[in-house]
Ligand binder design. Sequence first.
Ligand SMILES: N[C@@H](CCC(=O)N[C@@H](CS)C(=O)NCC(=O)O)C(=O)O
Length: 219
Amino acid sequence: MLKFYYSRLSVNARRVWVTLLEKNLEFEPILMKLSGDQFQPEFLKLNPFHHIPVLVDVGFSVFESLAILDYLEAKYPQPSFMSSNAQEIAKIRTIELITVNELPPASIVLMKDMLEFEVPSPQIEKAKATMATALHYFEANLDDNSPYFIGDKFTYADIVAGTAVASIPFLGISLDPYIKVSKWLDNLQQRASWQQTAPTPEQIEQSKAVMKAILQKRS
Ligand SMILES: N[C@@H](CCC(=O)N[C@@H](CS)C(=O)NCC(=O)O)C(=O)O
């Protein structure tokens, strides 16, 4: 059976978790405490960079969330969340890569500010501007008459961007000015996979100390 190493609050893990559920795959969830489990020698054999998520499929292990999604799509193609149309593939990949390349550095700055680290205000303004650019881009790529980025087809663009955008309000940024993004997120939140993987307010509160320790270690 598939083994999925994850943590409840990880956006990087949530995109894999949603995909496993949406593909109706059976898996063993292995909950990691990021206060230290990721540095255990057995885990470092799976990912020497000490990050979750990790997926192990009968002895074959993959880390890096987008590589895991590629693996799941190739090995378990039905239902598919990719397209075979060139323009749609480009659009899906662009949205995935904006999400994983642009949002995390900005999120870390905003999280540090929220957790009362001393962050210079130009850095905070830059992080907010990056968030706004990404949200404007998503808004411009959604359509009033379709539920998803690729019309009626639910794809990795929705899974990857949707699980990340859902966490943006916790960083103190309102999604209200982004009407289409808000409606799209409401659609996604109707899905069982979203509801099953959403962190509770208590879990978010409890995770703050762990996040603070990880950020202190990194800086
Ligand atoms: N690029 C990686 C990022 C993974 C990542 O940063 N995971 C965080 C949790 S969201 C983690 O494991 N942090 C613990 C650590 O680095 O020690 C991916 O997409 O899988």
